[in-house]
Structure formats: structure tokens, C-alpha cells
Design a protein around this ligand. Structure first.
Ligand SMILES: [Zn+2]
Length: 167
């Protein structure tokens, strides 16, 4: 816990690059897996997820734009985590970002998701994951519509849509 707090503080202070250079980041990512309410081994996850869901949720993969399940879905309902079924996003905050991925301007609750800085590309991005199982969902950007100005750019493979009529 102390180490994680230290790392978080370091990142907040903009020392992420130093942490990355020291090779601390991957260790932190592994450790963070243990603080979630729902934890499984990779083998257990493989048994309940499709290969595409596993690639996205557990290996931080990104699915192809436009050729995915929920990009164009306009039905009323709730998008749950495909890993642990936690409700994450409502169709009420879904909008067409024209990026080819399902996009939302807010999650159902701030508590439903967690974020961390992703250094995979040259510029840092904010990674978004499920707060309950740690499954990777996508990224959040600040070019979304009002009232939040945020764009939660999600992978369909990380989500299960539950139509409002099914509840
Ligand atoms: Zn989850």
C-alpha cells in the first residue's frame, strides 16, 4: 500500500516518466490487480471470456473501430462490464463521437470506474478500467460534449449491453 501510494503521488507530481524509466510502471500495473474486489487468474479469465474479450479486458487490447458491437447501438439500456457484470455506462450518456467506438460523456457512477496514466503511446493517455475487476475498458479524453466535456472511448468487447426492456 505504501509503495502504491508513493507511486500515485509520484505520478501526480508528473514523475511518471521517471517511474517508467526505472521500470516501476509494469510492476505497479501487476500489483494493482490485487486490490480489486473481483480477482481471477488469467486461466480463470480465459474460461469465462471470449478471446477478444480477454485481449481487451485483461491485456489492454483495443478492438477495431466501427467493426464492433455497440458503436452504433442506440437502444435504451445499460452497459455492464463484460468481466464482472458491474453496470458502467447508461445509454442516456452515450453519443456518436464518430470515432468508431461506443462513446459516453460520463459513467453511471464515478465509483464504477478507475483510471491510470497509460504511457503506451508517446503522449500520455488516461486509461479507464472497471473498478470492481480491473478489466481494461478504454480511455477517456477531454474532447467530449457538454456537460462534462469528456469522451469515454470504450471497447464494445469490454461491455455487455442489457436492454432497458430486459430489466
Ligand atoms: Zn468488471
Amino acid at each position: 500500500m505504501t509503495r502504491r501510494t508513493f507511486l500515485k503521488t509520484g505520478l501526480t507530481l508528473g514523475l511518471g516518466i521517471t517511474a517508467k524509466a526505472l521500470g516501476i510502471m509494469p510492476a505497479q500495473a501487476k500489483e494493482s490487480g490485487r486490490m480489486f474486489q473481483v480477482t481471477k487468474t488469467d486461466e480463470e479469465w480465459r474460461q469465462i471470456l471470449t478471446p477478444e474479450q480477454f485481449r481487451v479486458l485483461r491485456q489492454e487490447g483495443t478492438e477495431r473501430p466501427f467493426a464492433n458491437k455497440y458503436d452504433a447501438n442506440k437502444d435504451p439500456g445499460t452497459y455492464h462490464c463484460a468481466g464482472c457484470d458491474l453496470p458502467l455506462f447508461s445509454s442516456d450518456s452515450k453519443y456518436d463521437s464518430r470515432t468508431g467506438w461506443p462513446s459516453f460523456w460520463k459513467p453511471i457512477s464515478e465509483k464504477a470506474i478507475g483510471t491510470k496514466t497509460d504511457w503506451k503511446l508517446l503522449h500520455p493517455r488516461t486509461e479507464v478500467h472497471c473498478a470492481r475487476c480491473g478489466g481494461h475498458l478504454g480511455h477517456v479524453f477531454d474532447d467530449g460534449p457538454p456537460p462534462t466535456g469528456l469522451r469515454y472511448c470504450m471497447n464494445s468487447a469490454a461491455l455487455n449491453f442489457v436492454p432497458a426492456s430486459a430489466r
